[in-house]
Design a protein around this ligand. Structure first.
Ligand SMILES: Cc1cc2nc3c(=O)[nH]c(=O)nc-3n(C[C@H](O)[C@H](O)[C@H](O)COP(=O)(O)OP(=O)(O)OC[C@H]3O[C@@H](n4cnc5c(N)ncnc54)[C@H](O)[C@@H]3O)c2cc1C
Ligand code: SF4
Length: 627
């Protein structure tokens, strides 16, 4: 049982976590006139923390010393970039991985969570993504359908702004789109190659505005979305939702405050949240009328599992034993090719906001031809001439000895991504009994004595077969446009802006605490925080005997959802169709936790739409006096 001082105020709503889910609930409730307390485990940020347009001179190492060597050898870009990533120290906040499993958990602790640096690929789920069991015969159905969520996708798009082009595709439902940026030369090549193969490519759907919206100016195509946008032209919950919500005067922020446990009364009702003030290490409690869990799916599951009492002996919401179960991540597979056609092209403007083209799943109605039930979409990277990453030049110079025009030409060919085009598959996963998290049975605790999670992970044949199909289709697309495949496989993270740098991912030995991928940075542009675990190189993938591609660790694509599953009853789920905990009706979940299945789409748009719907429902239940 938690100890510590307790606030006298009873807050109407305590929201735990401020990423996509928490930011949305905060903004929606504040706009409806409801006062909220937003509890966030990381620090507050200001617009000055977003290093858009930072020059190489702003790097803290200034091109000198060990850090610069790591950078120029391509081994350590992660800790040295200027992304707004605040990973927790894995010494202070470890997690463990069960023997025989591989899992990586990428976290960011700050106002806005991971939305400050995510790739901003903003995709709606399709009708069949909500009905996998009845439409595709695998996994689970959600108790809601696409039609239930569509009005909330609309609201989210109108408010945050998403680029795109209406295509009428079942696998990629249209939305209310901002005008997309035009394709670049290499994207035209991909578009035509896909056309020849009967595959429909379209404009990317990014949470970026190309026309001014709600006081935010249009994107100026600087290409630095991964650092957040100091102009506010892309979506991050911090500057698009939370800062404006604070301005209403109805939001109290409790930063650097790590929720530890939900406190219940004798009847089992949640009455308070106990938390650690990370600046002093003291434990305190805030009293509440309702609670919204938005700490991200796994962390919210941890909080529920750690909240045990006589009425909730297995944790709040866990009477059916479902909390932590059916954890999923996206299937990731990547392939790159050198494209001679792009060599020696005259310089042209190629700026923008990440990829301007993506390829939705093109076989949604042809699954009987395939040996996997669900689909994937393709993201892309490469294709040169956009502003290169910090540190560009060192490798090119090392690789291209000489001087004069040949040297200049060689460097031009590698400027940005030069003549390389990369495709990254992002595929559906079918939830399985072997992928879940639980409270570490060996008793590992974090710095504050809070029991940590242990992860179990297994890919099934469905995902491995899907990856084999990715390899075949990517080879066809790249070869049809005249490319020569240079990197035949890999996880494929790295195509989008803000993606973790390749080759820096932490990989946990079974049973050992692990480091997060691409992490290690403290404040933007600052040296890694003391106590941050060193970043291990990812082991070389091995080829399975049946020649299907090797998939990386679970969690590696950073789309982990599930663990607080939505369903019809406490026996089969944790929350109901309004993301309200069956066993504790004044507790709601607004993050990736409620996902009952895992479509090929990146999850954040659906997290925002669900959170919006949950917030409106919560407000209505409060008005009626039901909670
Ligand atoms: C490099 C990268 C690229 C990505 N690209 C895309 C993309 O293109 N498209 C897409 O859809 N998704 C993408 N994602 C995933 C996306 O970031 C997540 O889906 C999204 O941020 C999840 O939102 P959330 O609210 O569930 O959690 P988060 O954004 O992780 O926010 C959770 C918040 O809760 C806080 N918190 C956690 N525990 C506690 C606690 N106990 N007490 C108090 N606070 C707590 C955390 O500090 C954090 O601020 C990407 C992620 C990364 C890292
Ligand atoms: S590309 Fe546009 S949205 Fe992205 S950081 Fe630059 S100005 Fe902002």
């Amino acid at each position: 049982m938690a100890q510590g001082s307790t606030s006298s105020t009873v807050h109407d709503v305590v929201i735990i976590g401020s990423g996509a889910g928490g930011g949305t609930v905060t903004k929606v409730l504040a706009d409806m006139g409801i006062r909220v307390l937003l509890m966030e485990a990381g620090p507050m940020l200001t617009m000055d923390d977003f290093k858009t347009l930072a020059s190489p001179l702003d790097a803290w190492h200034r091109g000198a010393g060990d850090a610069a060597t790591l950078y120029s050898s391509g081994q350590g870009a992660g800790p040295l970039n200027t992304s707004v990533v605040f990973p927790p120290s894995t010494i202070d906040e470890p997690y463990t991985v069960a023997p025989g499993s591989q899992f990586r958990w990428s976290r960011s602790r700050c106002i806005g969570g991971r939305t400050n640096h995510y790739g901003r690929i903003q995709l709606r789920y399709s009708d069949y993504d909500f009905k996998n069991k009845s439409m595709k015969g695998v996994g689970f159905d959600w108790p809601i359908s696409y039609d239930d969520l569509a009005p909330y996708y609309d609201k989210a798009e109108r408010f945050i702004g998403v680029t795109g082009r209406a295509e009428g595709l079942r696998s990629a439902p249209d939305g209310i789109f901002q005008t997309p940026a035009p394709f670049r030369p290499h994207e035209h090549l991909i578009y035509r190659s896909c056309e020849k193969l009967g595959i429909k490519a379209t404009s990317s759907r990014q949470a970026v505005i190309t026309s001014a919206l709600n006081g935010r100016p249009a994107c100026i195509y600087c290409g630095q979305c991964g650092r957040g946008c100091r102009f506010g032209s892309n979506y991050a919950s911090s500057y698009v939702q939370i800062f404006p919500a604070i301005a209403t005067g109805r939001v109290t922020v409790l930063a650097n405050s790590m929720a530890r446990e939900l406190i219940t009364d004798a009847s089992g009702k949640v009455t308070a949240v106990s938390y650690i003030d990370k600046t002093t290490g003291e434990e305190r409690q805030v009293r509440c009328r309702t609670v919204v869990l938005s700490a991200a799916g796994c962390e919210s599951a941890r909080l529920l599992l750690n909240s045990k009492s006589a009425k909730h002996p297995h944790g709040v919401g866990n009477s059916g034993g479902i909390v932590g179960k059916y954890l999923t991540d996206t299937v990731g597979f990547g392939m790159s090719a050198t494209v001679p056609y792009l060599r020696g092209m005259p310089p042209f403007a190629a700026e923008g906001y990440g990829a301007h083209l993506y390829i939705p799943w093109w076989m949604a109605d042809r699954h009987n031809e395939l040996d996997f039930p669900l689909g994937y979409h393709i993201e892309l990277g490469g294709g040169g001439f956009a502003t290169p990453a910090l540190g560009f030049g060192a490798q090119a110079i090392a690789q291209h000895q000489g001087y004069g025009l040949p040297m200049k030409q060689a460097i031009r060919d590698t400027y940005g991504s030069g003549t390389t085009i990369s495709l990254s598959g992002r595929g559906s996963t079918v939830p399985n009994d072997n992928s879940y998290c639980e409270i570490d049975p060996d008793g590992t605790k974090d710095k504050w004595g809070i029991p940590v999670l242990r992860f179990h992970w297994k890919w099934s044949d469905y995902e491995l077969n899907e990856a084999r199909h990715m390899r075949e289709s990517f080879t066809a697309i790249l070869e049809t446009l005249g490319g020569t495949v240079t990197v035949p496989g890999g996880r494929g993270r790295g195509a989008g802006p803000g993606a973790a740098a390749p080759g820096v991912a932490g990989q946990g030995a079974a049973g050992a605490p692990v480091a997060p991928p691409g992490a290690g940075a403290g404040a933007a542009g600052a040296p890694p925080a003391a106590g941050t675990a060193p970043i291990a190189a990812e082991p070389a993938p091995t080829q399975p005997p049946d020649n299907r591609p090797q998939l990386g660790a679970g969690g590696g694509i950073i789309h982990e959802v599930g663990c607080v599953r939505m369903g019809t009853h406490a026996d089969n789920s944790v929350v109901n169709r309004f993301c309200q905990v069956h066993d504790a009706p004044n507790v709601f979940s607004a993050d990736g936790g409620p996902f009952a299945s895992h479509g090929d789409k990146n999850p954040t748009h659906t997290i925002i739409a669900l959170a919006w719907r949950t917030a409106e429902y919560l407000a209505e239940e409060m008005r009626k006096g039901n909670v």
